[in-house]
Design a protein around this ligand. Structure first.
Ligand SMILES: [Zn+2]
Length: 66
């Protein structure tokens, strides 16, 4: 799982918002509001949702459809 963008990508609309936390300064931010859809995210919870979504995608790819 590439965690580089998980804190920056909106788990609701899946866009990297201009208002999302970035770089070293972003690590201090507890939460942010997506500029695209207006959803408020807790930084850690949003990252967890994105990591989960990536994991589920890989799981779906790994299971051959019969
Ligand atoms: Zn959004």
């Amino acid at each position: 799982v590439n965690e580089s963008y998980t804190t920056q990508t909106c788990s609701y609309c899946h866009k990297i918002s201009d208002s999302s936390p970035k770089g070293r300064a972003g690590l201090r931010i507890r939460g942010w509001t997506c500029a695209e859809c207006g959803t408020w995210h807790d930084r850690d919870i949003n990252a967890a949702k994105n990591i989960l979504a990536v994991g589920l995608d890989r799981l779906a790819v790994g299971i051959p459809s019969v």
